[in-house]
Design a protein around this ligand. Structure first.
Ligand SMILES: Nc1nc2c(ncn2[C@@H]2O[C@H](COP(=O)(O)OP(=O)(O)OP(=O)(O)O)[C@@H](O)[C@H]2O)c(=O)[nH]1
Ligand SMILES: [Mg+2]
Length: 264
């Protein structure tokens, strides 16, 4: 049985605690941070954990997976951060935008005072948000392991990229996450799926997307199961399979480019 979505997510394995400790140790040597968030929910996918860790070092917010988000809302987020004098860029793994030159421009603006040696940065964020994939894009190769599940990177890894030394870090969640954040990061697949009750998440998601205009979320899911052939051998409706399919459709953008959070 998974965690109840109405309660907090309790997934704080040993490697996360260890990584927080290590991150705190290296922060004093870090010139700036890339903070990767999911463009579909930049607030919930940041959590409230990192401000304490990164010690007010310069940072660049990366609105990643922007290919899956509502473009207009992502652009509103960029204006929002600009108004707050926070550097932010949008990014997507298939984008043809020249990520490197965009980042070099920002690094110049960060005014990192360094007479000798390379600039050191670390890439931080919640699990499965695309940290390792982002670094691979900068490197121009597939050096770091990337997989579509939360908790792939388990320790801090340094790689060299031109004038940058970049540290890839494991995805970190707070030990306790408020239930609104928990809901959204579950929808987005940023939590280890094994600890979740997928059917309950999907019923919440259907309600939040207002798909249940004339039906209850339960009826909507049953109809979805039938129309997508999610039927067990005995002939019963297989809600588990239907829930997994619905969630996958949402997470891969098959239901459209949907942002879950917009700036005020
Ligand atoms: N659609 C889309 N998928 C992306 C993007 N960036 C990364 N992904 C996918 O997201 C999944 C997770 O990517 P990773 O780079 O492994 O994520 P991570 O943040 O390093 O995850 P952990 O190491 O578990 O913390 C992979 O399936 C990537 O292909 C993007 O911009 N768009
Ligand atoms: Mg990783």
């Amino acid at each position: 049985m998974g965690n109840n979505i109405n309660n907090n997510i309790n997934w704080f394995p040993g490697h996360m605690a260890k990584s927080i400790k290590k991150l705190k140790e290296i922060t004093k040597f870090i010139d700036f941070f890339f903070e990767i968030v999911d463009a579909r929910a930049p607030v919930s996918s940041r959590g409230d954990n990192f401000a304490k860790i990164i010690d007010f070092k310069p940072r660049i917010i990366v609105l990643n997976k922007s290919d899956l988000a509502d473009e207009k809302i992502t652009n509103n987020w960029l204006s929002y951060f600009k108004n707050l004098n926070i550097f932010a860029i949008k990014s997507s793994k298939n984008s043809s935008l020249n990520l490197k030159s965009q980042i070099n421009n920002l690094i110049n603006k960060l005014e990192i005072k360094k007479k000798f040696g390379k600039i050191r940065c670390a890439v931080i964020g919640v699990p499965n948000v695309g940290k390792s994939c982002f670094i691979n894009r900068l490197l121009g190769n597939k050096k770091l392991k990337v997989e579509n599940k939360a908790g792939v990177t388990r320790s801090l890894n340094w790689v060299s990229c031109g004038n940058l030394e970049i540290c890839d870090t494991p995805g970190i969640l707070a030990p306790k996450i408020n239930s609104e954040f928990a809901k959204k990061i579950s929808y987005l697949g940023l939590v280890k799926s094994e600890i979740l009750n997928t059917e309950e998440i999907v019923l919440n998601l259907i309600a939040d997307l207002s798909y249940n205009y004339k039906k209850s979320p339960e009826e909507f899911l049953k109809d979805f199961a039938i129309s997508n052939g999610c039927i067990s051998k005995g002939g019963e409706i297989n809600l588990e399979r239907a829930s997994n399919l619905f969630l996958k459709n949402f997470q891969t953008g098959k239901l459209g480019k949907i942002s879950l959070e917009a700036p005020n």
